[in-house]
Write a protein that binds this ligand. Structure first.
Ligand SMILES: Cc1ncc(COP(=O)(O)O)c(C=O)c1O
Length: 394
């Protein structure tokens, strides 16, 4: 046991009860009850954090790639690592150009801003991230109307679009300009929208003069699970946004791909929003590393999600939606299962999920969750549920 009195950062970590070192790998945590004694002790097993696949931390090898990245001022077009990433993903998606952006939200917003004018109407699948979780950006950033359409697990029925009035020249009505779809679909539990459906929807939208944007924050998961290449999915849309900071484990970064003129326009809007960055090859290097090392392994996350679903589904009082990729939705059917109380009971057992609806919890498997973590999560949820049902029965 090492004594660490006098080490400032460690003392601060101790006070905050932070873990040191990457998760899922050997690490040491500091217990607050030893604060002031200068003692480092092994703690309980790390938290199994299933709240999102955004919680991953860069691996040591990814950090090395970042440290060694060749960089330049990307606003002057000088960063070779960013350019390599943009070229590579545009190529992977079979598109002319790519634009590196800080977040998926910015990528989606730029797609809307660069393919519409204020007053236009945007068709959005009603549970999509762009509508639900981007603070009304379609209205606030692009000045557009949001027209919501229903779907079956993210797959819109093409007849919904075919039933819309054809593009005309009526000065009274807003122009339908853009259809936005999401694949995999977050709120529908990582459901994959089939390629054939995307193609039909794109054809229906284009027949009405609309362009198509695909929110592919987790298109990597869809591609690995279905075997459909990214380029085939991307061919069904004019622009595609993909994230590196979720399934792939990079700390920051998303990309928007499309034709050269649209990406040029998105680049201008990115500057206006303050999303143009300087020596940002450090971040692009993490994304390139993730493409090389963290895509093929996504099938492990999917297998673990299935294991998790099978284990959680065996608990009384809950219903688990069979996952197609890495997202598991847990419906709390028994009235005694209060979502907040259950989350708190899970936290006490070292497992984190997130509330995802009035009576729904979400768990996502990712790079930093191994088989042991899945087993701990199953045991924790079963224990917490049994405890609450027993309390309700007395
Ligand atoms: C489907 C989808 N699109 C977009 C985003 C936004 O990504 P970011 O958090 O990087 O803004 C998310 C985030 O979880 C998402 O799930």
């Amino acid at each position: 046991m090492r004594t660490l009195a006098g080490d400032g950062p460690l003392r601060a970590a101790r006070a905050a009860r932070l873990s040191l070192g990457p998760p899922g790998r050997a690490r040491i945590r500091l217990r607050s009850r030893h604060a002031g004694q200068g003692v480092l002790v092994p703690d309980s097993p790390p938290i199994v954090d299933l709240r999102s696949d955004t919680v991953t931390r860069p691996t040591p090898a990814m950090r090395r790639a970042m440290a060694e990245a060749e960089v330049g001022d990307d606003v002057f077009g000088d960063d070779p690592t960013v350019q390599a990433l943009e070229r590579r993903v545009a190529g992977l998606a079979g598109r002319e150009a790519g634009l590196f952006v800080p977040s998926g939200t910015m990528g989606n917003q730029l797609a809307v801003m660069s393919q519409t004018s204020p007053g236009d109407e945007v068709l959005l699948e009603q549970e999509c991230h762009i509508f639900r979780y981007e603070q009304g950006g379609v209205a606030a950033n692009a000045g557009c109307l949001a027209h919501l359409i229903p779907s079956e697990r993210g797959a819109v029925d093409p007849r919904t679009i075919e039933a819309l009035p054809a593009a005309g020249d009526d000065d009274h009505v807003a122009r339908l300009r853009l259809l936005c779809l999401e694949n995999t679909h977050n709120r529908h539990g990582g459901a994959i929208v089939p390629l054939a459906r995307l193609s039909e929807l794109a054809a229906a939208a284009r027949a009405r003069g609309m362009r198509v944007h695909l929110d592919g924050a987790r298109l990597w998961n869809a591609s690995v699970a279905s075997g459909v290449p990214i380029a085939d999915y991307a061919a069904t849309a004019d622009t595609v946004m993909m994230c590196f900071s979720k399934a792939l484990g990079a700390p920051v970064g998303s990309i928007l791909v499309g034709d050269a003129a649209t990406i040029r326009s998105a680049r201008r809007h990115r500057k206006r929003l303050g999303g143009a960055m300087r020596q940002v090859g450090i971040l692009a290097a993490a994304c390139l590393y993730a493409l090389d090392h963290h895509v093929a392994r996504l099938d492990q996350d999917h297998r673990r999600a299935r294991d998790l679903a099978a284990g959680l589904g065996a608990a009384a009082g809950v219903r688990v939606v069979a996952p197609e990729t890495n997202i598991v939705l847990v419906e709390l059917e028994h009235p005694a299962l209060d979502p907040q109380a259950l989350l708190a009971a899970l936290e006490r057992r070292g497992v984190r999920l997130v509330r995802f609806g009035a009576r729904r919890l979400r768990a996502i498997t990712h790079l930093d969750v191994d088989d042991a973590g899945v087993e701990r999560a199953i045991a924790a949820l079963r224990g917490a549920v049994a405890e609450r049902l027993a309390a309700a029965a007395v």
